[in-house]
Design a protein around this ligand. Structure first.
Ligand SMILES: *[C@@H]1O[C@H](CO)[C@@H](O)[C@H](O)[C@H]1NC(C)=O
Ligand SMILES: *[C@@H]1O[C@H](CO)[C@@H](O)[C@H](O)[C@H]1NC(C)=O
Ligand SMILES: *[C@@H]1O[C@H](CO)[C@@H](O)[C@H](O)[C@H]1NC(C)=O
Ligand SMILES: *[C@@H]1O[C@H](CO)[C@@H](O)[C@H](O)[C@H]1NC(C)=O
Ligand SMILES: *[C@@H]1O[C@H](CO)[C@@H](O)[C@H](O)[C@H]1NC(C)=O
Ligand SMILES: *[C@@H]1O[C@H](CO)[C@@H](O)[C@H](O)[C@H]1NC(C)=O
Ligand SMILES: *[C@@H]1O[C@H](CO)[C@@H](O)[C@H](O)[C@H]1NC(C)=O
Ligand SMILES: *[C@@H]1O[C@H](CO)[C@@H](O)[C@H](O)[C@H]1NC(C)=O
Length: 340
């Protein structure tokens, strides 16, 4: 900077420093008798422009704006080499500069210095730079086994420092689970799977949000089986549903022997959570107790399902009362077992 400055400016700079910046013994008082008057602190968003205004009057002989101890402008002369600093007013009543495209390093105290009747006076304004909240990094989607410990992290930035919160979404409901950058879930359960939302908020702008999906693996749990009746010569079906992550694979057994699709007049169809065992043409020997086995890499579970024959309700339509259906279900089970 000094290379481009004429020698008289050197001297002026020295004077300004001595007069305005060395506090000891120098009668520099901010807002003395309400003059010089700089504005209150200035708050701007990163990237915006800030105007620093200083009110002066016609008794003023010298004026300057300083950034900490560095002179930016004296009168119409620019001292700063920063192209973002421009003079916007140097009149009898106002001495103002503009800082364009404000960055976080511009934050700090700025001083307006004036000399009136050979008395230096200063007034200080703080430039405060705000930055909207932003999520810089967040844990990736993760798959774990039930019972493990999971730690999610959400790295956020902003000025003022944003508050970070975590929410868990399951179905349509959500609840707060953490107000920290880290979210630790120890002994995770299947109910804790789903979407986790990190939100970073400060008063500058709308909160920033990002999501992480946590998948929790668990062994199959047979949630539903349906015993069914069918008469000889008809079509019959047995169903078995299992909850599992990853989805279960199904096998069907009768006594010790495993059934295969396409053999002995049966077909096995699996779709998502359910397996359906169909008999094309039920015969006497088909009646009995079947076992549905659901398995995934974490384990297996089984349940028995019964195909029962006639003797009770053959067409269990919806018009039949449930009590009747239930009672006769048991008659027919007994009936089918007596056949063995
Ligand atoms: C201006 O900002 C400074 C530093 O943040 C603070 O100490 C001072 O109280 C503020 N003044 C006003 C008038 O807000
Ligand atoms: C103010 O001073 C700080 C610290 O030296 C510097 O980083 C910043 O760029 C300066 N800003 C202006 C507008 O001069
Ligand atoms: C985000 O965090 C992960 C894990 O801490 C790290 O491996 C990755 O490099 C980070 N990504 C960025 C863009 O910082
Ligand atoms: C995480 O999972 C969600 C939904 O399950 C998906 O929309 C998103 O793209 C995934 N993110 C990554 C980084 O794979
Ligand atoms: C069902 O099996 C019986 C005896 O095995 C046979 O007589 C009948 O034709 C079969 N019905 C159908 C529809 O295949
Ligand atoms: C079917 O078989 C299983 C074991 O193979 C047994 O636990 C269950 O009681 C049987 N069901 C009936 C109705 O007999
Ligand atoms: C069914 O589960 C029981 C224990 O729950 C196990 O002893 C049995 O071997 C299983 N049956 C089949 C066919 O997997
Ligand atoms: C059973 O089926 C027969 C003939 O399809 C029908 O007439 C009768 O109403 C049904 N019975 C019941 C309880 O639905």
């Amino acid at each position: 900077m000094m290379g481009v400055v004429a020698p008289w400016r050197w001297l002026l700079a020295l004077c300004l420093r001595l007069l305005f910046l060395v506090p000891a013994g120098v009668p520099v008082r901010s807002g003395d008798a309400g003059f010089p008057k700089a504005m209150d602190n200035v708050t701007v968003r990163q990237g915006d422009s800030a105007i620093l205004r200083c009110t002066v009057d016609n008794r003023v002989t010298r004026v300057a704006w300083l950034n900490r101890s560095t002179i930016l402008y004296t009168g119409n002369d620019k001292w700063s080499i920063d192209p973002r600093v421009v003079l916007v007013a140097n009149t009898k009543s106002q001495y103002s500069i503009e800082i364009q495209n404000v960055g976080i390093y511009d934050e700090g105290p700025y001083t307006c210095s004036v000399q009136t009747d050979n008395h230096p006076k200063t007034s200080r304004v703080h430039l405060i730079v705000q930055v909207p909240p932003q999520i810089l990094n967040i844990s990736s989607n993760i798959t774990v086994n039930e019972g493990s410990t999971v730690t999610l992290r959400c790295l956020a930035a902003g000025r003022p420092e944003p508050a970070v919160t975590w929410k868990h979404f399951s179905g349509k409901s959500h609840r707060f689970v953490s107000d920290d950058e880290y979210l630790e879930i120890s002994g995770i359960t299947r109910e804790q799977s789903g979407q986790y939302e990190c939100s970073a908020a400060n008063e500058v702008a709308a909160p920033a949000m990002r999501h992480v999906t946590v998948t929790v693996n668990y062994p199959p749990y047979i949630s539903d089986t349906r015993n069914t009746g069918a008469s000889v010569g008809q079509k019959g079906t047995l169903r078995c549903s299992a909850l599992a992550v990853p989805l279960a694979e199904f096998q069907w057994y009768k006594e010790e022997s495993r059934l295969s699709s396409g053999l002995e007049g049966v077909r096995i169809e699996n779709k998502d959570h359910m397996s359906v065992l169909s008999f094309f043409n039920v015969s006497e020997k088909d009646y009995g107790n079947y076992t549905c086995v659901a398995s995934n890499k974490l384990g297996n579970s089984n349940a028995s399902v019964i195909l029962y024959g006639p003797g009770a309700v053959q067409n269990r339509s919806s018009s039949a009362s449930t009590t009747l259906a239930a009672t006769c279900l048991w008659c027919s089970i007994l009936y089918s077992l007596m056949k063995f």
